[in-house]
Design a protein. Sequence first.
Lengths: 470, 388
Amino acid sequence: MRAHETALLFASRVAGQVVPARAQMATTLGFHIILACLGIALPSVVLLAEFIGLRRRDEVAMRLARRWSQAMGVLIAVGAVTGTVLSFEMGLLWPGLMRSYGAVLGFPFAVEGIFFFLEAIFAGIYLWGWRLLPGWAHWWSGVPIALSGIFGAMSVIAVNSWMNTPGGFTEQNGRITSVDVWQVFFSRSAVYEMPHMILAAYMVTGFTVAGVYAAGILRGRRDRYHYTGFALGFVPAAVLTPFQIFVGDTAARAIAHDQPVKFASMEYVARTSRHVPEWLGGVYLNGHIYAGLKIPYADSLLVGFGPGTQVTGWDTVPPADRPPLPWLIHLCFDLMVLIGFLLLLAGLWAAWEWWRRRRLPPQRLFWAAGAVSGVAAIIAMECGWVVTEVGRQPWVVYRLQTTAAAATTNGGVLASLSLVVVAYAMLGAATIAILRMLSRRWRRGDLEEAAIPYGPPPWAADQATGPAGP
Amino acid sequence: MAADAVGGILLAGITLYAVLGGADFGGGLWDLLAGTTARGRAPRALIDESITPVWEANHVWLVFDLVIFWTAFPHAFAAVMIALALPLWLAVGGIVLRGAGFAFRKEITRLSLRRAAGATFAFSSLLTPFFMGTVIGAIAAGAVPANASHASLAVWTSPTALLAGFLFVAACGYLAAVYLIGEAGRRGGSVMKTYFTRRAQAAAIVAGALSLAALVELHHSNPALYGRLTGRALPLIVLSGVCGLAVLALLTAGRPRGTRLIAALGIAAVVWGWGVAQYPVLLPGTSVTLTNAGAPASTLVALVVLFIVALVLIGPSFALLFTLQSRRLLGAGEDGVLPAAGPAGRTGRPAAALPRQPSADRQPARAARAAARAMIAVAVLARWLRHR
């Protein structure tokens, strides 16, 4: 009797907390993931610039590397604290998840801890070693940051993959009795989730960097500095885009098999059937799809390379086990794919011009596209996370634990959510303001340098020992 | 066995966070108390310069501790996270504001904004140690139930927990001041040396008094914990007292050599005293121990193996970072604002030029050569391994 009452009380509390808890997790993760992308890939871009600067004695590339590394210092600091917030939230918002499965999904997090350490340690050396470490020694001190960014991302994605396709452990009477850490780390979906996210991080970073300089070029700053900055970001990102589309396509096919209900929501497959059409856009409401473009058989073709391929619909599970808001999942998926192909087009355009005429496209449209490519890549990446996270609902661990059972039993999540939204809005605004301030200061520096035709600016004597020294 | 080992690893992680990360928070305390813009200029510059390259790496120990806690002892972790949600949220708030304020202050040039960022950094440096202290105090006092279902104010506002909070703040300030004496010594500032010596002495006395007050308070309110602390853990408690007195005596005698190590040892002894006192119980007052907190043996063994790998990878990296830092090879980037100028800073000049004047020409060059040789050796080794 008493247990029954407790259970009821528990259920009513939970129903009140799970929505704000999910909103808070979405806000903090959605914010942190942008910084995480920059943390994963920006070191590589900076190292590329410094490599060119050292190898070709290219002053412009060197100056870009120094400036980017200063921006990287701010971004890594903000990323470190917002990442810490997420580790606390794992327990503060989802104690049920940690209680039941902490012993399983904790292991990849522990691996990530090692790479977080290496990243922070070598960031301390690299970011603050510009002035006094000799050139190539300084460059090598940045390599562990780039590597640990990639391996750290793999570890965190291992956790997310495990939540999507859990395995590698045995459970008896609600207790975990044994864990195979290898299988936990490399769960079924890790094979496609890891490369998809790491490529996304490189694309977000590359296009964001390119976007900053494309915007400058649009405003008439057509100098070697801006073109170099643009190319150092744009070229790696554009080269990786086709690989990303390939990985994403493979991932979608695997999801149709591994998480069929998520896939059904992504593609509006209400009933399991053959000859399933592909919907481009469209809003699903009460069994109807409004304003969508229907391509017959295309979904079956994409899933199994034949129009007769059977695709599992969401009718295979009871309504309570289906994700909410299929239209959100579908539209986010479509938007992500659309942006991916637009970015591919921008890359092809640049490649064509370079191949035919050894130059970048002069059209303003290209530079406008370049200027928004960073924001577009970020939107695509966020859409991807909406698809994978909302698409897994109502489960937090697919088919094992519901999000409601994982949520905290404490009240007041609405209060912490409101505070977090305000605090993150301010943090985001401050971060952008600081970066813009840095860029303004650099531009002033450019003018000052231009104003002194001979000799370095007054304080540059101090830097003569640095890697860029004459 | 594996559970004991992981418990030891967790305690070691907490110790390292306390003696490394704690000192960074203590730096914020002294920044807060450094006075007006003009007066606080030199101490703020020293604090900034000594924290800058290392605080993020030191901060990772906290994440490491959290991860070990939830992986190895998930049931205890969930109970703590539910029962102590409020102080933990406040500590998280402190972490965000501290990190952001510190990173932003460096890049801001306008005085008013720079002051605001600096004040955010300094004030929030108090929040985190205080609320972490109340959390540890509440756990040690046995106030966290094993199957907590909701947060409770009473859990962490007992006199024991609050005293622990104040003690943490004082201990962080003490560690920071002692470390900063050494930093001031290496940077050739005798004024700053005296400045932080006086503060270290004051903080030592405050921290000592708070520890004694906590013991007296425990004697009355929590005889069980008092008994454990003065039983098995007595040698460690005595050791921490001796360390504190030794630091005080050495500072008063004007011989700060070695005080860093002794001070850190004193803090480590307190942490291990707490651990030894409640071993093998994780949540005192409940039946949750190291062995039954929810993780199977395979997870625990994996964590021990991972820790050994981590030691091999992270140990030398930390050694390199601290060596470069102590040889003052890590300064600001291209046109970093002069932290030496503190909030009153004029901009556009490379950082750290000011306090470095005395020996700036000789020593860094030598150290740079040594570091370069070390890195070249590493590169040669890497190339050799690749060719093989």
